[in-house]
Design a protein around this ligand. Structure first.
Ligand code: NAD
Length: 362
């Protein structure tokens, strides 16, 4: 099996899809690994470490794409990479196709076997390759929100924890899954007032018993959302309907009623976002103001902490990469149902229902 590891080119991306340690394992299992020079450098992995782990290094991204059967990436291919994809190649990466109609067309046209990290399932039906990045994005969302709440950054000047005698900031988290729960943890740790809303009562019950009255849990319905959003200093969008376009849970009208200088971090932007006034931003230009409210919607937030994110991501992908190398792609997909659930495109067709529906193919 020839594996290619290109350097990520998305703005501000710092992660790499393979560490030297994972490279060593793949080589030991019989794979040939080609890594683009300096692919891991920002995450703290040097070229000589990959070389020592058995990788072939090249300065040419073209060569990596042209000679590999399996391309291992972090983010979805960007337009500059569309021409490099080879017909019939296997691509294992985050794809987020529900919000990527153009990319979907390319993958179908080139008959790419597209295995999306975000829909690979564990034996319990969870999403083990989405989880670590969601945890990181959830934790980051609070420190990012706290930063943009500062007066010098255009924010309302609220300190989330307050001080004795002042009201702490109010953090409202919509979605109590992996990213939401980690946002709650950081916000509560800072001493903010925290309200979390979800449709799933089990998620609310778990947080309620963990925090024992320290946070407020609410059913996600329009009345509760409207009421809480109007009082939020920091609003976190953290909902997910697996592989589907994110539902809009906060309307523009609700955003318009927030206090000026309040902050929205819509983590769900990679699936289109769950706030009506949101549009994707980038690490170069992470925020814009609408209705006087700061909007942050970077689809690759974990790139802010490339080292931790690379380690978190690759410890989750390693067992699946090892399956692909050991068994070969067809057998690995036939034998491991959870890995097969990751297949979003195959032989020119969208094979994942929610993605097909979101893109109008079903
Ligand atoms: N921007 C980034 O850099 C980044 C990084 C990692 C993950 N993400 C994205 O964050 C999003 C959330 O991921 P996750 O792993 O936390 O998902 P998750 O499945 O663990 O949690 C999502 C939660 O949303 C809830 N939900 C669904 N509809 C809802 C509604 N109408 N109101 C309230 N809650 C609702 C679900 O019940 C669930 O508890 C995904 O889109 C994921 O791709 C973004």
């Amino acid at each position: 099996m020839k594996i290619g590891v290109p350097k990520e080119i998305k703005i501000g991306e710092t992660r790499v899809s393979m560490t030297p340690s994972l490279c060593r394992r793949c080589v030991a299992l019989g794979a040939t690994v080609m890594v683009e020079k300096s692919a891991g450098i920002v995450a703290g992995f040097r070229d000589d470490e990959y070389r020592a782990a058995g990788a072939i290094l090249t300065a040419s991204a073209k060569k990596v794409w042209a000679t590999s059967e399996l391309i291992l990436k972090v983010k979805e291919p960007l337009p500059a990479e569309y021409g490099l994809l080879r017909e019939g190649q296997t691509l294992f990466t985050y794809l987020h196709l529900a919000a990527g109609a153009e990319l979907a067309k390319v993958l179908l046209h080139k008959k790419i076997l597209g295995i999306a990290y975000e829909t690979v399932e564990g034996t319990d039906g969870s999403f083990p390759l989405l989880k670590p990045m969601s945890q990181i994005a959830g934790r980051l969302s609070i420190q990012i929100g706290a930063y943009f709440l500062q007066s010098q950054h255009g924010g309302s000047g609220v300190l989330l924890g307050g001080i004795p005698g002042t009201m702490p900031g109010h953090v409202v988290v919509v979605g109590a899954g992996n990213s939401g729960a980690h946002a709650v943890q950081m916000a509560a740790g800072l001493g903010a007032r925290v309200t979390v809303l979800d449709l799933d009562t089990r998620k609310l019950e778990a947080l309620d018993s963990e925090y024992r009255g320290r946070i407020v849990t609410l059913m996600s319905n329009p009345a509760n959302i409207e009421h809480e959003v109007a009082d939020a200093d920091l609003l976190i969008g953290a909902v997910l309907i697996p592989a589907a376009k994110a539902p809009i849970v906060v309307s523009k009208k609700m955003v318009a009623r927030m206090r000026p200088g309040s902050v929205i971090v819509d983590i769900a932007i990679d699936q289109g976002g769950c706030i009506e006034s949101i549009r994707p931003t980038s690490h170069e230009q992470p925020v814009y103001k609408e209705h006087g409210v700061i909007h942050y919607a970077v689809p690759n937030m974990p790139a802010l902490v490339g080292r931790t994110s690379t380690l978190g991501l690759t410890q989750a992908t390693e067992p699946f990469v090892a399956m692909l190398v050991q068994k070969g792609v067809p057998r690995a997909l036939a034998e491991y149902r959870g890995l097969a659930k990751g297949v979003n495109t195959r032989d020119g067709k969208i094979t994942y229902d929610a993605v097909a529906k979101a893109l109008g193919y079903a």
